[in-house]
Design a protein around this ligand. Structure first.
Ligand code: G
Ligand code: G
Ligand code: MN
Ligand code: NA
Length: 255
């Protein structure tokens, strides 16, 4: 397929970029972490959404190489922030990993090598997986267990939208629940019903997990979530994904 061949060229030509979205503490809006998100600027088509190209890269296997590049780029970035900012750098970086990457033999070893190369300890990395990826079969669960054993933390992304079984939270080593935007959207919407965000903070606390509310777009939603007991959130209200939200925010303006 065309898009597939273009992915190959763009990987060689440097048309992929990684942007970073703040994950904030709802108490003081400080950035505690960032999520890495890949962007593709196609030489002819311009911006192509990951929603369109990640599935193609999964099908033709390029996601393995692309995903490794994203992971290395993100880890280098956190390393740079630490070099410049020391303890004021974000605590960890969150990286999305797809089903195909998880079931690639040797994936956990690749991740460990990247951490060593970039001088990060395992706890500096949070790997985001979806319920669907974990249950895609093969060795995905074993990979998640192996990453977790090495000290890398695991987040369940888009939580509640897949074929969720709450039992999964007891059988797979999960540290963080990323509560899907569709549930956050119900807050402060006419006719909306925020019952799921309410239920999930209890589930998360009860299991000793951390919850991150995704897709927070308004102050009203942020306040509501904080009052429910959420500590962490992410969304356009706090910051859109951008090339360097950390150094841009801290570099003093020119006189
Ligand atoms: O960043 P954006 O909202 O456009 O992302 C759309 C979808 O693409 C989301 O489901 C997101 O998880 C996925 N995505 C974005 N960046 C990456 C990435 O680096 N790796 C993988 N596997 N998925 C990504
Ligand atoms: O599936 P995942 O949660 O990894 O996808 C995150 C995607 O959601 C990213 O592509 C990011 O650009 C997008 N996103 C992040 N915050 C918001 C938000 O507040 N509103 C909307 N519409 N999208 C968001
Ligand atoms: Mn994610
Ligand atoms: Na998500």
């Amino acid at each position: 397929e065309r898009l597939g061949a273009d992915l190959r060229h763009s990987l060689d030509d440097g048309d992929f970029h990684v942007v970073y979205q703040p994950i904030v503490d709802l108490g003081d809006s400080s950035t505690v972490a960032v999520e890495a998100l890949v962007r593709w600027v196609h030489p002819v088509r311009g911006f192509v959404s990951p929603v369109a190209f990640i599935p193609v890269a999964e099908d033709n296997g390029l996601i393995v190489e692309l995903g490794e590049w994203i992971m290395r780029t993100a880890c280098r970035k956190l390393s740079e922030w630490r070099r410049v900012l020391g303890a004021a750098a974000p605590l960890y970086i969150s990286v999305n990993v797809s089903a195909r990457q998880l079931s690639e033999p040797g994936f956990p070893a690749v991740v460990t090598t990247i951490l060593t190369e970039t001088g990060l300890e395992p706890a500096a990395l949070l790997v985001e997986v979806t319920e669907t990826a974990i249950f895609g079969g093969g060795t995905a669960i074993e990979a998640v267990e192996s990453l977790h054993r090495s000290g890398i933390r695991i987040a369940l992304d888009d939580f509640g939208t897949g074929h969720s079984s709450l039992g999964l939270l007891r059988t797979v080593p999960v540290d963080v629940l990323k509560v899907d935007k569709s549930f956050v959207d119900e807050i402060a919407e006419p006719g909306g019903n925020p019952v799921i965000v309410d239920a999930l903070i209890h589930v998360s606390n009860g299991l000793g997990l951390r919850a991150v509310a995704e897709g927070v777009e308004t102050e009203e939603q942020a306040v509501y979530l904080r009052d429910l007991g959420y500590h962490y959130a992410q969304g356009y209200h706090f910051g859109r994904p951008s090339p360097d939200p950390i150094l841009v925010a801290t570099v003093p303006a020119a006189p």
